[in-house]
Write a protein that binds this ligand. Structure first.
Ligand code: BGC
Length: 384
């Protein structure tokens, strides 16, 4: 048994015990609200203390987080409820309100749309609950108490570095794709990628093929948010497989044979990477492609083993779920979670302790994904 495994088992046992304690101590004694506001009602005995609201089941990433939360909390007696917003900010707000009405003291929220989620966060703050932004930052409000996240800038930088490491010579065709503009992470990923790619565009290693906005800004080492928004507006996948596929098809339709050959593709995450890779793979003028991703989704791990996706970035959702629960417990106990940095959400600097990420390709897929226990070997074929 590895030391890390023992460490994380110990941490989980502690978390479960602390949550059980918090449940006994808090719920039954909360005084009844006098406002008549349903969102301020006391917790029913044994009701959830922590509410988790995730953006959608349609983007596979969030099913990973749900499963990791359930692994951590699955033990009987842990008062947590998990809801999905199905890509809709109104549903997200209703979810938050419903959890508040059950008396949760901490809301862990991954916004569908960072700016729109300010209203839900404010409702939580007004009901006296702490708000933890989970993976995606809630924007434009002071009603965010903590941000649990990976180092998203490092994700983009790792993707870009992979492309740089695989490129030789000059004039390599570069196709850029991004996440949803409503997701602050899309900006952080792109910013991290641009910091590594821009010098390699400036020195002629890469030539951007699918974004006139990016071409217009290619001499700028650092972009403003507005400048990034212009580029993202042109290359967004909206985190959606079909949008990604359609955009890649449209790009390859207008590109000439000379714009193809051995191509390099910045794809923002695994789902969109597979959709985009499938399009490039069938174009007769594409000789080879290198394509990035992130999330270590099972389907993409298989694509990497099969040589259909070049890399992914492992963001260990076990760590993130655990960090969120640890922060929630700190708040329930009246303490402040550990902070190493802050992220500005356009209103305040939100305290955070970002987690590291790991670049994964064919060479380290077994060590990083299987041997670490992230996914079992039995879920894949052709592993060496
Ligand atoms: C997450 C990614 C995910 C994407 C689409 C981002 O906010 O950080 O891990 O792939 O959303 O769901």
């Amino acid at each position: 048994m590895s030391r890390n495994f023992v460490k994380s088992m110990l941490a989980m046992t502690m978390i479960v015990a602390m949550l059980a304690l918090a449940a006994c101590g808090g719920a039954a004694t909360t005084p009844a609200a006098t406002t008549g506001d349903a969102t301020a009602a006391p917790a029913a005995s044994g009701g959830p203390q922590v509410g988790i609201v995730l953006p959608t089941k349609d983007e596979p990433r969030w099913l990973q987080d749900e499963a990791r939360f359930r692994d951590l909390l699955g033990t009987a007696g842990v008062p947590v409820e998990i809801l999905f917003s199905q890509g809709n900010s109104a549903t997200e707000k209703t979810n938050v309100e419903s959890l508040l009405s059950k008396g949760v003291k901490v809301i862990i929220l991954t916004p569908q749309d960072g700016a729109a989620a300010a209203a839900a966060a404010t409702a939580a703050r007004q009901a006296g609950a702490k708000v933890i932004s989970y993976d995606r930052l809630i924007l434009g409000t002071d009603a965010v108490d903590y941000y649990v996240t990976f180092d998203s800038n490092a994700v983009g930088a790792a993707q870009a570095q992979y492309l740089v490491d695989k490129a030789t010579g000059t004039g390599n065709p570069l196709y850029l794709y991004a996440g949803a503009a409503s997701d602050n992470n899309a900006f952080l990923f792109f910013e991290g990628a641009w910091s590594v790619l821009q010098p390699k565009i400036a020195d002629g290693t890469f030539v951007i093929k699918n974004s006139s906005e990016a071409q217009a800004l290619q001499d700028k080492a650092e972009l403003t948010r507005d400048e990034m928004a212009k580029i993202i507006g042109q290359i967004t996948t909206n985190w959606d497989f079909n949008t990604a596929k359609g955009l890649a098809e449209a790009n390859l339709t207008v590109a000439t044979a000379g714009d193809k050959g051995n191509v390099f593709i910045l794809a923002p995450n695994d789902g969109t990477a597979r959709a985009i890779a499938d399009v490039f793979a069938v174009d007769p003028d594409v000789t080879s492609y290198v394509v990035t991703g992130q999330d270590a989704e099972k389907a993409s791990v298989q694509y990497i083993i099969d040589g259909k996706q070049s890399m992914t970035v492992l963001k260990d959702t076990r760590t993130l779920a655990q960090d969120a629960i640890t922060a929630a417990l700190a708040f329930l106990a009246g303490n402040t979670p550990e902070q190493t940095t802050t992220y500005n959400n356009q209103t305040i600097d939100v305290p955070a302790k970002p987690s590291e990420v790991i670049a994964v390709d064919k060479d380290n897929v077994k060590a990083a994904i299987i041997d670490s226990g992230y996914w079992p070997a039995s879920d894949f074929t052709g592993l060496q």
